[in-house]
Design a protein around this ligand. Structure first.
Ligand code: URA
Length: 301
């Protein structure tokens, strides 16, 4: 904790509002106030200490009182607390021939055309080319989306691609090490051979950045242009059997996995470790075990 910046601490807090499905759970009063967006958790504690908060009509000065955000009536300075807006996460399987943004000045079909019935305003987390397919994540959680996309946090994206011809071992090693594109050296990628077709072949490529047309440019570099590109994984999410053109809401488990990735990446960077690396994971596990032991000792005392 010691070496986290203020910005990182506030990002961590932003990623931990109560998820929709958990609205019925008990949460601490100061967290409920912070989740509503009214004040930071610290400010909420001050509001409580100053006697400006009531729960079901009674002034509460006690910190840490657990309330049910669905049922308890919380007022701050006499005004009802609005519950935090629900967090929405959607997975879409974008077909080719659709723009991956919500609107298109050229009037081409966009992913908005595929999101019928979604009433919450959600935004795509990253892009896929017009002729690319596959997993797109959409959410109303701006800060979380930014962290998932930021190259500093190295969140992996995996693409199943069909390329012209067959790569040799040296070309695969080049891609894995990093190749020099016009916007700089690419970070190491993971390249897996999947199968060979008659003239062409299929590969799975995992990258940890999101530059424009990156996979296509990497494969152009080794002179095996991409014929077809499908994003099959994004961080902890897998496209699975979702049909082309269809969308679904993430399960609680998937949404939590996404939040954990973000929290872990921020923790790793704050600790000066390579985000998502084995060393960082070990460090996190050790820190977690120490925290747990400390908490256990505290309970015994
Ligand atoms: N890389 C590309 O070249 N295109 C995409 O759509 C996604 C990654």
């Amino acid at each position: 904790m010691g070496n986290r910046t203020k910005q990182e601490m506030s990002e961590l807090r932003m990623h931990h509002p109560s998820p929709i499905a958990h609205h019925d759970h008990l949460v601490r009063l100061q967290k409920a106030i912070a989740d509503s967006g009214l004040a930071s958790r610290r400010k909420a504690e001050m509001l409580i200490a100053e006697g400006r908060v009531t729960v079901n009509g009674r002034v509460v000065r006690e910190q840490g009182l657990k309330i049910n955000v669905e049922k308890d009536h919380v007022k701050v300075d006499g005004r009802h607390l609005k519950p935090a807006p629900p967090q929405v996460f959607i997975m879409l399987n974008k077909p080719k021939g659709y723009v991956s943004s919500l609107s298109d000045p050229e009037g081409r079909p966009t992913i908005t055309d595929l999101l019928g019935g979604v009433s919450v305003r959600v935004f795509p987390v990253g892009r896929l080319d017009y002729d690319s397919e596959g997993l797109m994540l959409l959410t109303n959680q701006g800060a979380l989306a930014q962290t998932l996309l930021h190259p500093r946090y190295h969140v992996p994206k995996t693409y199943l691609i069909k390329v012209k011809g067959v790569l040799d071992e040296k070309q695969i090693a080049d891609l894995e090490r990093g190749v020099e594109l016009e916007d700089g050296l690419t970070k190491p990628a993971v390249v897996k051979k999947i199968r060979k077709a008659e003239e062409n072949s299929w590969l799975e490529v995992t990258i940890h950045e999101g530059r424009n047309h990156q996979v296509k440019r990497m494969l152009d570099y080794v002179r095996h242009p991409v014929i077809k590109l499908t994003r099959v994984r994004f961080g902890p999410l897998s496209l699975g059997s979702l049909s082309s053109g269809q969308f679904r809401y993430l399960t609680d488990r998937e949404a939590n996995a996404l939040r954990s990735v973000v929290t872990d990446r921020i923790t790793d960077v704050a600790a000066g470790a390579e985000p998502g690396s084995t060393a960082a994971k070990t460090r996190r596990r050790r820190a977690g075990a120490q925290g747990w032991a400390k908490a256990k000792k505290g309970r015994k005392a």
